[in-house]
Design a protein around this ligand. Structure first.
Ligand SMILES: O=C(O)CCC(=O)C(=O)O
Ligand SMILES: [Fe+2]
Length: 372
């Protein structure tokens, strides 16, 4: 039995070794894209082949709702345009669990710097990237997450994960990053946190939850970032960039770093591709908010597919509940609607259990559901 950290054979690790390199087409694909344009890869290593996934998508072009943050800030109950936007937010959260957020107020310069720095970061030579590998038993750094067996299929992606806030959660890998990347992430983290709290309070408002209650669960919440690099794949229909899953977060704010599309969400059993609007964030409800809202707003399954030609890069910022607290349905919703739909769980345990399982659809949040 190999040590757990080797189970997924981090792409970085594989790229270090010429032997592995010769025998593993995926790493070759990554290298080919980055440094070795002459090599031609035609087959995909079996661990990445997904016979279990149907790649078909909706034939209609349904689109996720677009919410204008500008219309929602400084909320005032007498302002009709705000009321309309708040209704739209409620509809988006209830019917879609996903929306695009425009006029979000996060400064353009921070977003642009973030995109630039992340592209540069994934472009670093291998020897440099090796310095940021996950340590045994840890989640932060380059590596694999949610890989729990040697047989498990792997996603066609290189991922870099960081806990970003509150600052005491940052791991040593964070301080090893270049000053410019670190400062950019810090600023981005701060602005995204502010935005997230505004959206969470508004979602609370649409559900009749007091702002103070939202704050007590989420104000000091755990924020983390998952940076995803999806190399081009010679047979994109045979692999998954990220397998279908819901996020454990309360709210996720996704930044599309380059132009390549790939995110799809499952609506009424059908996969719908998302076409990101320029300057928008893609926002989604996660498991922790499904629990907090007693099931009124649900986390939605999503996945990422890859391209045969182009790399794709995204940064997901997850915001969850306060680590030393308890996660469970907001009291006011339980009183108003009869019974709790979810068990209460300590937040630390909520995350420990999440990271120790395979990430499959909504199976994690389902373990906390109470069946009456
Ligand atoms: O890359 C994407 O569009 C999706 C990423 C994602 O779902 C995640 O990191 O949880
Ligand atoms: Fe996700």
């Amino acid at each position: 039995m190999r040590r757990k950290r080797f189970v997924g054979e981090s792409l970085l690790r594989c790229r270090q070794s010429n032997v592995m390199y010769e025998s593993n087409g995926f790493e070759e694909a990554v290298q080919r894209q980055k440094e070795m344009a002459k090599k031609k890869l035609v087959t995909i290593p079996p661990r990445y082949v997904r016979d279990d996934q149907d790649h078909s998508v909706a034939s209609s072009n349904k689109e996720v709702p677009v919410i204008d943050m500008q219309r929602l800030i400084n909320y005032n109950d007498h302002d009709d345009s705000m009321n309309i936007e708040l209704q739209k937010l409620h509809f988006a959260a209830q019917e879609w669990g996903f929306f695009q957020l425009i006029n979000h107020g996060v400064s353009c310069s921070v977003v642009e710097r973030m995109k630039h720095e992340i592209k540069e970061f994934f472009n670093l030579p291998l020897e440099e990237k090796n310095k940021f590998e996950q340590l045994p038993g840890d989640t932060d750094g380059f590596g694999q997450l949610f890989v729990v067996s040697d047989e498990q299929k792997l996603d066609w992606a290189d991922l870099f994960y960081l806990k970003t806030a509150p600052p005491h959660l940052r791991m040593p890998v964070f301080s090893k990053l270049s000053v410019s990347l670190r400062e950019t992430i810090e600023e981005y983290s701060e602005e995204i946190k502010e935005l997230t709290m505004k959206v969470l309070k508004l979602l609370g408002k649409t559900l009749g939850i007091e702002e103070e209650v939202v704050k007590s669960f989420f104000e000091e919440g755990k924020q983390s970032m998952r940076m995803n690099y999806y190399p081009p794949c010679p047979q994109p229909d045979k692999v998954m960039g990220i397998s279908p899953h819901s996020d454990a977060s309360a709210l996720t704010i996704l930044l599309q770093v380059n132009e390549t599309e790939g995110l799809q969400i499952k609506k009424d059993g059908i996969w719908i591709p998302i076409v990101p609007l320029p300057s928008a964030f893609i926002v989604n409800i996660g498991d922790a908010f499904e629990i907090f809202s007693n099931g009124r707003y649900r986390s939605i399954e999503h996945r990422s597919v890859v391209s045969s030609e182009k790399e794709r890069i995204s940064v997901a910022t997850f915001h969850g509940p306060r680590l030393n607290g308890e996660l469970g349905p907001a009291n006011s919703l339980v009183t108003a609607h009869g019974q709790p739909a979810f068990k209460k769980i300590g937040v630390n345990e909520f995350y420990t259990r999440f990271f120790n399982r395979e990430l499959v659809g909504k199976t994690y949040v389902d373990t906390m559901r109470i069946t009456h």
